[in-house]
Design a protein around this ligand. Structure first.
Ligand code: FDP
Length: 285
């Protein structure tokens, strides 16, 4: 597993370099979710694929930018599911973006995730790695090397509130709940990049990130294997919770297809409790 983490550190430095120096235009292709691919998405995907290609413990790769599973080593133990450059359109406006990695052993489902990691490319390059029975470990790059900064622990209750999706398409339940959080003093923090938005909540003690079911996206937008499950694990390891719109742990998700999405909520315990109450109360009325 250490080899995988060391490889993630190497690719992070290379992707950061690509972000700062490469062409930002669109490629001629679409990804499997039907979105136009930026050249940077394609380049980042290539950097990751090349780096893992010779690592024998890696059985296969599943990328947000590719349709199927890429088989690497039959005797390998792990499948790495990754989003090479999440929120890549934000590079155009010089906001932070990230890479997300979910490391699975066996069938691709939440309960088989053994570790996850993400990288934030911002003014600095930061990396968070989560494994079982440990708080997430936070690193920062300096001169091409990652230094350990500390463990991440969420407070029981936070102050930040970030909800995705077009508000026009939110359900009445979600709107009432989010309005209630603001009315009780929560502050809006939403850049539109999942990685920096979730990173901010983790580092600033807590709060809530939601990507709910909306009328235009009933199954949400964020992808289970590359985005939702890896972050669910990190939030749980940090002492928070991560659930879907039915109150089920996101770690119990079983994607039918690698690109399946799910409504998702990540937060400190207090906000998730409030969410459960709000959603249940409104469902009954
Ligand atoms: P993007 O489409 O820019 O790649 O992964 C999808 C994502 O970004 C997340 O990073 C982000 O949280 C979300 O979409 C933002 O979606 P909305 O604009 O619908 O809120």
């Amino acid at each position: 597993m250490l080899t995988i983490f060391e490889t993630i550190k190497k690719v992070a430095i290379k992707i950061d370099h690509a972000i700062k120096t490469e062409d930002l235009g669109y490629s001629d292709s679409e990804n499997s979710s039907g979105e136009d691919q930026l050249k940077l998405d394609v380049k980042s995907d290539y950097i990751i694929e090349e780096a893992f290609r010779d690592i024998s413990i890696v059985k296969s790769l599943v990328s947000e930018e590719k349709e199927g599973e890429l088989q690497l080593h039959q005797e390998g133990k792990y499948t790495i599911c990754y989003d090479p450059l999440d929120g890549s359109s934000l590079v155009d406006v010089n906001l932070s973006v990230g890479s997300i990695f979910g490391i699975y052993e066996g069938e691709l489902k939440g309960e088989n995730l053994v570790a996850s990691a993400y990288v934030v490319y911002g003014p600095r390059i930061e990396l968070v790695i989560a494994t079982h029975n440990k708080k997430p470990q936070h690193y920062r790059a300096q001169n091409g090397l990652f230094n350990f900064i500390g463990e991440i622990t969420l407070n029981h209750k936070g102050k930040l509130n970030a909800s995705g999706g077009t508000q026009q398409h939110w359900s009445a339940v979600h709107k009432t709940f989010i309005d209630g959080l603001f009315a009780s003093g929560y502050r809006l923090r939403y850049s539109g990049g999942m990685v920096p938005d979730l990173h901010q909540i983790l580092l600033k003690g807590g709060g809530l990130f939601s990507y709910p079911a909306t009328t235009d996206k009933p199954e949400g937008k964020l992808r289970q294997l590359f985005e939702v499950i890896p972050f669910a694990f990190i939030y749980e390891q940090a002492g928070g919770e991560a659930i879907d719109a039915n109150g089920e742990r996101l770690m119990r998700l079983i994607p039918a297809h690698p690109h399946d999405t799910s409504p998702c909520f990540f937060g400190s315990k207090s906000e998730i409790e409030a969410l459960k109450t709000a959603y249940a109360l409104n469902t009954q009325s």
